[in-house]
Design a protein around this ligand. Structure first.
Ligand SMILES: *[C@@H]1O[C@H](CO)[C@@H](O)[C@H](O)[C@H]1NC(C)=O
Length: 289
């Protein structure tokens, strides 16, 4: 009997260690604390579902934020997020990568701008390369992002940067060789929930309604696959990383069709066509996809 129990225990230890090694290969941490740390107001971030998901809280006193423990050079970061429901006007939930290098910083941003109940959420994206941003695009979401979890991903390789909402590319920034492009600075992964009612909703006209506070956003299924820095020195230039392989060097035909659909039907602002800011469209705007 004792022997049998020991055998069963050994089998479990074996299964457990196999699953641990799979987790590290595929970059999906089992829990939030494996890959992330709280950067702003510890008491406004709650771990739920045994640490596999978190709840972010915004109230009159504070918002909150978290960041990855490591930095990454190329790869894909994705999370499932459920945004603040109902009257979320004036709230901003952000999910971004940032090199934290002051004047030469690289940054890839998703910002979810809340709205009055029943009005569409806006996703603003921005790309900073070598310290210069001012590349805002805005898309109104075609579903209610507070009703369910949806996957938001930032994909980054030597060929392009793609922002995805589920499997729909909403933005492509192509490394055409003629544009500033992040290629050497590793970036950390960040998220925050905060109040920005001076600009977020209808340009600041709609104010936050504190009687609806606290506001909650939820995150789960954290997934970072990329080259960690510090880490193996040749990782970032290794052409056999899956994110560098042939199928990921440009959008597929299906993705290109979805991308055109978003731009035609849901894009509400594009700096590329804002002639008051850019009398001549910047070079990345004519690089194609
Ligand atoms: C909020 O809703 C208004 C009215 O539908 C819309 O014009 C706007 O783009 C939406 N998003 C934000 C962030 O204001």
């Amino acid at each position: 009997m004792a022997l049998l129990l020991r055998k069963i225990a050994l089998v479990f230890v074996f299964i457990y260690s196999v699953s641990i090694s799979l987790i590290s290969v595929f970059g999906r941490p089992a829990t939030f604390v494996e890959d992330f740390r709280v950067t702003w107001s510890e008491n406004h971030i709650r771990q739920i579902e045994g640490g596999r998901a978190i709840q972010l809280v915004l109230d009159r006193y504070a918002g909150c934020g978290f960041a990855s423990k490591r930095k990454y050079l190329f790869g894909r970061v994705s999370m499932k997020i459920k945004l603040v429901p109902g009257d979320s006007a004036g709230t901003v939930t952000a999910f971004y990568m940032n090199s934290d290098t002051d004047t030469v910083r690289d940054e890839l941003d998703f910002e979810f701008l809340g709205n009055r109940t029943g009005q569409p959420y806006t996703v603003q994206t921005n790309v900073f390369a070598h310290g210069k941003g001012d590349r805002e695009q805005r898309v109104n979401l075609w579903f209610d992002p507070a009703a369910d979890f949806h996957t938001y991903s930032i994909f980054w390789n030597h060929h392009h940067i793609v922002f995805y909402v589920d499997d729909v590319p909403i933005r492509v920034y192509k490394n055409s060789g003629r544009v500033p492009y992040p290629t050497s600075q590793p970036m950390g992964v960040y998220s925050t929930l905060w109040e920005a009612d001076d600009w977020a909703t209808r340009g600041g006209l709609e104010k936050i309604d504190w009687s609806k506070a606290p506001f909650y956003a939820y995150y789960k299924d954290f997934d970072i696959e990329g080259c960690t820095v510090p880490g193996p020195g040749n990782c970032a230039t290794n052409p056999s990383n899956w994110w560098e392989t042939i199928n990921y060097q440009a959008l597929s035909a299906i993705e290109a069709r979805k991308y055109r659909w978003v731009r035609l039907n849901h894009m509400i602002y594009d700096y590329c066509t804002d002639r008051s800011r850019y009398p001549v469209a910047p070079p990345e705007c004519t690089a194609g996809i």
